[in-house]
Design a protein around this ligand. Structure first.
Ligand SMILES: *Cc1c(COP(=O)(O)O)cnc(C)c1O
Length: 351
């Protein structure tokens, strides 16, 4: 006896990374949070929150945040849709754009939520493999004819960024919607915002979870032409962004200097950690995000994951094709990275 639709029974739910209790003595390098605190101005806004703002329903379009993001990115407010994390926007896009018999297409390995959302719909899932060099398989993606095509750039877990020229080519030839998920853009060298002006089928997604150190706030936004946002607005909850997230997020996004300073630190630590891990014999994939995908010298990734966990260091292990011999390690503070490298040095010499 079950009360669920057949596709819900058949699917595996999305499994988020472990979140130990606050105060637990762990070095948490498993869910790509920013190791540095949010902007002080944003925390100040949080402390001074007016109770009247909570008594009322929030603005249904999170207007204060939209204005702030519009000011920073130079797109009009009505080219932006704000969500409860960019995960909500991914959800809205599948709900609004993919009919049951249609396809959701994406290159793999990538963010597992794309598959989860497609299976919930249910939609047909078409996964196209990246090659070893992570060249975008443009022809195959076009041939798959997705109602929606997802490209994470920088991508997780590999960390590869897709060249903007390749995204142009894809956008121009796709029949459906192209979603460019830029969750890690703050650590990358380029972004694809210019595509939004050129193509009415492109939506670029951003989040405050990674670059702005606000994963707990749950705030993300999409940038697209108003005609593409129209259908998503019909599908969303009327009050999908709470008053606190809207106001704190606006303050955070206006403090670009704080975000840039932290991102520069993360990028410099990423380079150093890359060198240290290579010295230990790891294969390290080039990354434009705040994490590294690495293959341990003996390919005993699952074992190493467990041994690190026993020492209070959490990294991410994926039981998935092409990833079962690899670990995804979030770049932490200099101190955290050093403890990690020290532990790995000991573990490898023992093994
Ligand atoms: C973290 C992440 C997101 C989700 O961001 P939220 O705004 O926290 O929901 C989306 N896409 C990718 C690829 C991510 O890694």
């Amino acid at each position: 006896m079950t009360y669920f639709r057949p596709n819900i029974n058949a699917m595996v739910g999305y499994a988020p990374g472990e979140q130990p209790q606050l105060g637990t003595q762990v070095i948490k390098l498993n869910t790509n949070e920013n190791p540095y605190p949010p902007a002080p101005v944003a925390l100040q806004v949080l402390r001074e929150m007016d109770g009247e703002l909570l008594r009322r329903y929030p603005d249904s379009m999170a207007e204060e945040f939209r204005q702030a993001a519009s000011h920073v990115l130079g797109f009009p407010p009505d080219w932006m849709l704000v969500g409860n994390g960019s995960d909500e926007l991914l959800n809205l896009i599948v709900r609004a754009c993919v009919a049951p018999s249609q396809k959701v297409v994406y290159p793999t390995p990538t963010y597992i939520l794309y598959r989860t959302l497609a299976q919930m719909q249910p939609a047909q899932v078409i996964e196209v493999d990246y090659d070893e060099n992570y060249t975008l398989p443009i022809e195959q993606l076009i041939a798959a004819k997705g109602a929606v095509t997802f490209i994470a750039s920088p991508n997780s877990p590999p960390g590869n960024a897709v060249p903007v020229a390749a995204l142009h080519q894809l956008a121009a030839q796709l029949s459906g919607v192209l979603v460019i998920d830029e969750a890690y853009v703050d650590f990358a060298e380029a972004n694809a915002l210019e595509l939004v002006k050129a193509y009415d089928n492109v939506i670029v997604l951003r989040t405050l979870s990674k670059g702005y150190s606000l994963a707990g706030l749950r705030l993300g936004f999409g940038i697209a032409q108003p005609s593409l946002l129209e259908g998503l607005i019909k599908v969303k909850d009327s009050y999908n962004v709470d008053a606190i997230a809207c106001k704190v997020g606006a303050a955070a996004v206006l403090d670009q200097a704080h975000k840039i300073k932290n991102a520069e630190q993360v990028k410099s630590s990423r380079a150093k950690l890359t060198t240290d891990l290579k010295r230990l014999g790891f294969l390290v994939y080039p990354s434009q995000a705040n994490f590294l995908l690495v293959q341990p010298p003996r390919k005993n990734a699952e074992k190493l994951y467990q041994l690190l966990k026993n020492q209070g260091i959490l990294v991410r292990y994926f039981q998935q094709p092409r990833l079962e011999d690899k670990l995804r390690i979030t770049v932490g503070t200099e101190e955290q990275n050093q403890i990690l490298v020290k532990s790995l040095t000991q573990l490898l010499s023992k093994a």
